[in-house]
Design a protein around this ligand. Structure first.
Ligand code: FAD
Length: 625
């Protein structure tokens, strides 16, 4: 049922405008089509759709809805209407507008954060005015509004460690606000990182410092590039990140798409532009440089020790002085966690989830989700998006099978990081551990659909590793990653089992179905890889998922082990407002590795807020955050 609300003076917002697939121009069209005008005219009770001027309408969001309860899958639009423009171009609409208006409610907005609006303006101005003076003027104009220029003569020195989304966005904000920023990244720039990942996939040569987790753009670069987030799709901060990505080359449709995604191929170009912009701002970017230690005096950061990332001995560390350090190292930098422990930095174990990665032929998922419409997918070039899915099973008291094998009753089993048209990839950072994840290219045109199926774990599960203090969750991960490497037999071969055999708890004896994982799979019994209560919860939940997605359990579905790095196993404790560590002055833990974000967008948003908070602490910025 279409909803109409007054968005602001002179603008109405239509939501839930549904167009059946057969009438819609398709997933790649974000303009105003005649079928969309028909749907709007119906909502306005205006008799002739073709008389409504297209210019009066703007598409704000377009999503695809293929729920089974619908007669036919449909595209669902949110559209804004400029009332003045409509009445100028079609005065006969007046009667219909005036009849409806008194019945309409208004959209309630969260108050906008001024700092973020300013950041967007800075970026707009810089990108629109490519030439020196204009660029400077544009930035000066903004700075004069909210930023403390008197302090610019002595610029505070900030080290941002890690060039994932959180580190990049923190660097952007801090350098825009006048800090002297050094961005330190143990991995390589995307060009060299691409070669290193190629060598891993083709020759099994894992570079411990440049791989799927480490390098420019962080863990999100060789990923599916899904930009969905649970922190509020329409919030200013999320929009700021999205708009910034568009400035750096992402397709503008990500602002409209209900489930935006980029894909690795696009992310690489965006990151190059991002880098160029930071360099223009004066950011000193040091790739292949690893943070080895913090230099702390009287509980205050005074600098860091770094070395060439390839120097395993760490004996040639160089000391560098900084006023503050933003720690944006992601959740695979276990050496950094260990180092923080030695400095008594406040950290606590955090819940996360572990499990397996399931892979199906994409065609099968298309059929399950779309039935006869599956033919329209055409390897990502068709009218409808490549099908995805999201499943969740709460393990609750009424659930006999699971209750019998779980000590606590608050777990859930769910699909995570689903990659339609993607491939399973190795996310280990050293050869004695084995863990996997999924990635895709922008078209999502591979023959496979993969997703993690994971079960939540918490401190109860980490009890056998309690000797490691706050790092007990890290040890839990490591234990099962080592087990997976052993069961796989080495060389990054992944233990795998057909879903049907996993449900029967028996080793697959016939040959396994093909996998997208390039380094090979080995028939195994995955029940041996993870604690029994987890494999039982997986077994039970997969059976339930098959009821929701009939055909999910099939001979071609293959499980791969193990998926362990779904989010950070620790939280580095920080002050809520200042973003500063509660134990070390001048240390700013940020992003996923610090346990304050999960996913590309939320990590970027955390980086933005941390950037503003630190700038405020350094007297570079006076506004509210
Ligand atoms: P990271 O991106 O992990 O970046 C941390 C950076 O710090 C790394 O580049 C690392 O090299 C560097 N670093 C670490 N230690 C040091 C040190 N000592 N010295 C110097 N540098 C250091 N999320 C989504 O939202 N959508 C997806 O589709 C998606 N797909 C994914 C696919 C894969 C294969 C993986 C691995 C992750 C995926 N994620 C996805 C998760 C997402 O990538 C992360 O949530 C996000 O990148 C976290 O950002 P971050 O900045 O906190 O840390």
């Amino acid at each position: 049922q279409t909803e109409i609300k007054i968005k602001e003076e002179g603008f109405w917002r239509f939501s839930k405008l549904a167009i059946p697939v057969h009438k819609d121009p398709g997933k790649d069209f974000f303009g105003v089509s005649l079928p969309l005008l028909e749907s709007i005219s119906k909502a306005l009770e205006f008799p002739v759709a073709s008389m409504l001027p297209m210019e009066a309408f703007t598409v704000v969001r377009k999503s695809f809805d293929a729920r089974k309860l619908l007669k036919e899958p449909q595209f669902v639009y949110t559209v804004d209407m400029d009332v003045k423009k409509l009445l100028n171009l079609e005065p006969r609409a007046w009667d219909f507008i005036s009849r409806l208006e008194p019945k309409l409610g208004s959209i309630e907005y969260m108050p906008s954060r001024k700092v973020l609006a300013d950041l967007i303006s800075i970026l707009h101005n810089l990108v629109d005015n490519q030439h020196g003076t204009k660029q400077e003027e544009a930035r000066d104009g903004i700075h004069n509004k909210s930023f403390n220029r008197s302090l610019f003569s002595k610029r505070p020195k900030v080290a941002v460690v890690g060039s994932g989304p959180s580190g990049l966005f923190a660097s952007l904000v801090l350098s825009e606000l006048g800090a002297d920023v050094t961005l330190i990244e143990r991995g390589q720039a995307v060009e060299q990182r691409g070669h290193d990942i190629g060598a891993l996939v083709v020759r099994r040569a894992l570079q411990p410092e440049s791989n799927f987790c480490f390098g420019e753009g962080g863990a999100g670069t060789w990923s599916d590039g899904k930009l969905v987030t649970r922190i509020g799709r329409n919030s200013d901060s999320v929009l700021t990140v999205m708009k910034t990505l568009v400035h750096f080359g992402a397709p503008p449709e990500i602002l409209l798409d209900g489930k935006p995604h980029l894909g690795t191929d696009r992310l690489i170009g965006i990151l190059r532009n991002f880098r160029q912009h930071l360099v223009q701002l004066g950011v000193d970017i040091k790739f292949g440089t690893r943070l080895n230690d913090l230099i702390v005096e009287n509980k205050q950061i005074i600098g860091i020790k770094v070395s060439n990332a390839r120097d395993e001995s760490r004996s040639n560390s160089q000391s560098l002085s900084y006023d503050a350090v933003v720690l944006a190292v992601g959740h695979s930098a276990r050496d950094v966690y260990q180092m923080l422990l030695q400095h008594n930095v406040d950290m606590v174990p955090k819940d996360f989830a572990v499990g397996l990665r399931i892979e199906h032929p994409q065609e099968l998922i298309n059929k399950i989700q779309y039935s006869s419409l599956a033919a329209e997918v055409q390897l990502g070039r068709g009218k409808v998006p490549v099908a995805d899915y999201k499943v969740v099973k709460y393990v609750n008291e009424g659930d006999e099978i699971v209750n019998s094998c779980l000590e606590d009753r608050s777990r859930s089993c769910y699909s995570f990081c689903m990659c339609p048209g993607g491939q399973v990839v190795l996310t280990s950072t050293n050869s004695s551990e084995l863990c996997i994840n999924g990635m895709s290219f922008s078209r999502r045109s591979s023959r496979w659909a993969n997703a993690a199926i994971v079960v939540t774990v918490s401190t109860n599960d980490f009890a056998p590793f309690s000797g490691h203090g706050p790092l007990c969750g890290v040890e839990f991960q490591r234990h099962y990653e080592r087990k997976a490497a052993m069961v796989g037999g080495g060389n990054f071969v992944v233990p795998a089992q057909t879903v049907t055999d996993f449900l029967d708890n028996k080793l697959s004896v016939t040959s396994l179905p093909q996998s997208s994982y390039r380094l090979g799979v080995r028939p195994s019994n995955l029940h041996e890889l993870l604690p029994t209560h987890i494999t039982k919860a997986l077994q039970h939940s997969i059976a339930v998922f098959d009821k929701e997605l009939p055909g999910y359990i099939c001979k071609d579905a293959l499980l791969h082990g193990v998926e362990t790095r779904t989010s950070s196993p620790i939280r580095i404790v920080r002050n809520t407002d200042s973003y500063e560590s509660t134990s070390v002055i001048g240390l700013y833990p940020v992003g996923e590795g610090a346990g304050h974000a999960g996913g590309i967008i939320s990590a970027a948003v955390d980086g933005i807020y941390c950037g503003f908070a630190l700038a405020k602490n350094l007297n570079l910025f006076e506004g509210d955050i």
